[in-house]
Design a binder for this molecule. Structure first.
Ligand SMILES: *Cc1c(COP(=O)(O)O)cnc(C)c1O
Length: 737
């Protein structure tokens, strides 16, 4: 076992801290702190500027602070009280035995955890090894698993330079660049063996032996293991295998997926971890099923087909992509060069091996699909919303020729978000008062959420305004910095001081700029849009953020069109673009906007989660009926939304041009006739009571459903431990309490 080194990094750090602050090291090395209500001041207080500079990295800020500054804090009774309360809470949390899982599924023990594989994890902005929704979902999966006591370990890759960083040039064109992650100064621990050397596993990749080391990140009670090939004893090319997230070509992609899938299983073996379930979050990790088989064959001497059922029995799969082109496929040539040495170890021929990933058998040119492999080798498969489940069944009927579409064995578990992470501390404080101090552990309880009605409109609205102000100040700061860096005109830089206005109806739109998300749909009729945004009495403003994948020219053009639109004199102070979207910017946005806009081409948004984050903060969704919003949106008898708005119809056409026209017109109409009038219907004190009513309805109806506690309870009872499904029943809320 290599786990004895678990706390050495924290111990090393604590030795540098003055006595009353020593426990800060434990907090710094466990991301639990980032979902407490005390998170804002905890580390920032040490040195706000340095906190900003180091990307909100708690280890770096403690490492870089002077002893003089730290002893200053050590004599501040307020700070000491805060730390002591927080460490007490932390110790209680970590030691808690009576968890939800211990009650409903005691058979899942720490000795046989669930291993959750994913290519990216978005836990906090200080660990930039994520690109977007998939990673955030994985991060929230770990956090709720920790909260509910699910014995789970995460397995992923540690990318030396993470995902690309975005800046826009003076022509509004996205420029991509990469920054090195300083792992030694991050809340990570390199796993060592008994000799004190880094624990490594070996892989054969492109006829070379590659050594991979393993880092641990602590996320509450859950450990996340990240694999890293950047070692001196590797070939220089192989050191970059884990260089970038979604960076390279198909070659890098398959190599990374070998490291994640096969390397991930070997790493768990080296760590002495024997999972009871392997959860493949998206097809990237599907090679892990082969390695589980290979180890069983080596152990038992049986054939692949003899142990296949056993492998299937321990593997489950979540698919995230509603379009065929979104699934990783590799040509037989590529498979040859990465697996020619491997299929003999599975006692398979080349043809038998290729058949595992082939949609249709018998065609020698049929590519090897990761989703196909996962669907073949996993006992349970699910999409991430009801609609996505349906779309996935249709897409994969080809693999189940003897079944009707409805019987294709792909179910769904709708995504959620981790409520404590995404709820603004200022609103969490309000929930503490009106819903009860234990609201975070009762996120699935609709009766508890119904109590938001007891919050006086004035109070909810005034906190919302503070958060909106915060978002506007942050947006100005970011836009000003970007304009300075671009070397823009002095006047334009000065003008950021009057960018946006907290009295104005504020829309947020932040997500990847993939063409299907239609980031510029709102510009389709530029004149009509100008009238809405530039209206003198009842203006509207919008804040954009998001990256286009470096290879996505069309996505970059969409961003450029938005940047050009920003310069229109009628709406100069009404449109802003925040560069380099990340978790921090995401939090500021979802916590501060009035309306969250989402207008993907239906049904291409498998679930979407940013709109769910908005619900916990009193923002209201205006979205195409796609992904999770199909399940969240509620209308009254007249077809008017009561907890948000639906763009377009509950149907779609394959004529994109027509669909864009229908949806954009519907969006304009909603803004003109419903959203703007409702927002500006304010009493003498400036309180829009009908609007606040809708905020409350949005919280009440969405919060109990679209959180990761509900999602994890679903995974445990339907997928991880199906034996308990009947006992848990459909009303998970009851069991969670
Ligand atoms: C929530 C989140 C996403 C995912 O948003 P979608 O609505 O699924 O597009 C992407 N990036 C960041 C930084 C997020 O916080």
């Amino acid at each position: 076992m290599a786990n004895s080194s678990a706390i050495t990094a924290a111990v090393r750090l604590s030795e540098k801290l003055p006595f009353p602050l020593k426990r800060l090291a434990d907090l710094a090395y466990n991301y639990w702190w980032c979902w407490t209500s005390d998170r804002i001041a905890l580390f920032q207080t040490i040195d706000p500027q340095e906190w900003e500079r180091c990307g909100h990295n708690p280890v770096a800020i403690l490492e870089s602070s002077s002893y003089e500054r730290l002893t200053q804090l050590a004599e501040d009774p307020f700070y000491l009280k805060q730390i002591s309360a927080l460490t007490r809470e932390f110790d209680t949390y970590m030691a808690q035995k009576d968890t939800w899982v211990s009650r409903v599924a005691p058979q899942v023990s720490q000795d046989r955890p669930i291993a959750y594989f994913c290519a990216e994890f978005g836990i906090h902005e200080s660990l930039p090894v994520y690109s977007g929704g998939l990673g955030i979902l994985a991060g929230d999966h770990l956090k709720s698993s920790s909260d509910l006591g699910v014995p789970l370990v995460g397995v992923g890759l540690l990318y030396r330079q993470g995902y690309f960083r975005q800046r826009l040039n003076r022509h509004g064109w996205q420029e991509d660049y990469y920054l090195d992650n300083p792992f030694q100064r991050m809340p990570l621990e390199l796993i060592k063996d008994e000799q004190g050397q880094p624990l490594t596993i070996q892989l054969e990749i492109r006829q070379r032996q590659v050594k991979v080391q393993i880092w641990r990140v602590q996320v509450g009670r859950v450990s996340l293991y990240l694999l890293d090939s950047d070692r001196q004893d590797n070939d220089p090319i192989d050191r970059w295998l884990t260089g970038h997230l979604y960076g390279g070509n198909l070659e890098t992609r398959i190599a990374q997926e070998v490291v994640l899938g096969i390397g991930g299983v070997r790493a768990l073996t080296a760590l002495g971890i024997q999972p009871s379930v392997y959860h493949l979050n998206e097809g990237h990790a599907a090679f892990c099923t082969l390695e589980i088989a290979r180890q069983a064959i080596e152990r038992t001497g049986k054939s692949f087909y003899d142990i296949e059922a056993e492998v299937r029995n321990s593997c489950v799969f979540t698919t995230h992509t509603p379009v065929p082109a979104g699934h990783d496929v590799f040509s037989p040539d590529l498979i040859d060069s990465y697996f020619a040495h491997y299929w003999p170890q599975l006692r398979l021929s080349r043809e038998q091996f290729l058949a595992l990933g082939a949609r249709r058998l018998g065609d020698p040119w049929e590519p090897f699909g990761m989703t196909v492999l996962a669907l073949r080798m996993c006992r349970a498969c699910n999409g991430v919303s009801e609609l996505h489940g349906q779309v996935s069944r249709k897409m994969w009927t080809v693999l189940f020729p003897r079944r009707s579409e409805a019987d294709v064995p792909i179910g769904y578990i709708t995504n959620g978000v981790h409520a404590p992470t995404w709820t603004a501390p200022l609103l969490a404080d309000l929930y503490n008062q009106y819903l009860g101090a234990d609201w975070k552990t009762r996120a699935v309880d609709p009766q508890m959420w119904a109590k938001v009605d007891e919050i006086p409109d004035e109070e909810l609205w005034s906190r919302h305004l503070i958060l909106k102000d915060r978002l506007i100040a942050y947006t100005r700061y970011k836009v000003k910095k970007a304009r300075e860096q671009r070397g823009e005109d002095y006047k334009l830089i000065q003008a950021t001081d009057s960018l946006l206005d907290s009295n104005v109806l504020t829309i947020g739109f932040a997500r990847r700029f993939s063409p299907y998300k239609r980031g510029d749909l709102i510009l389709r009729d530029a004149q009509r849009a100008l009238k809405i945004f530039g209206n003198a009495q009842r203006p509207v403003q919008i804040i954009f953020a998001g990256k286009a994948h470096p290879a996505d020219e069309e996505g970059k053009r969409i961003i450029q069109r938005l940047m050009e639109w920003c310069q229109n004199s009628g709406i100069l102070n009404r449109v802003a673009f925040i560069e380099d979207y990340d978790i921090y910017t995401g939090q500021k946005l979802v916590q501060g906007v009035d309306v969250w806009l989402n207008n993907p081409r239906r049904p291409l948004e498998a679930s979407g989660t940013s709109g769910q984050k908005v619900c916990f903060n009193g923002g209201i969704n205006c979205s195409v009926l796609d992904g999770w919003w199909c399940e969240g949106y509620q209308a009254d008898a007249n077809g008017k939304g009561i907890n948000g708005w639906a763009i377009g119809e509950d149907a779609h056409t394959s004529d994109q041009e027509l669909q864009d026209r229908i949806d954009s017109q519907s969006l304009y109409q909603l803004l003109e006739e419903e959203i703007v009038p409702l927002y500006y219907d304010q009493d003498a004190n400036g309180i829009p009571h009908r609007w606040v009513q809708m905020m409350k309805t949005s919280i009440k109806t969405n919060a109990p459903l679209f959180n990761t506690d509900r999602m994890i309870a679903d995974y445990v009872s339907q997928v991880y431990v199906p034996e308990i499904a009947t006992r848990v029943g459909p009303i998970l809320a009851k069991v969670l309490l």
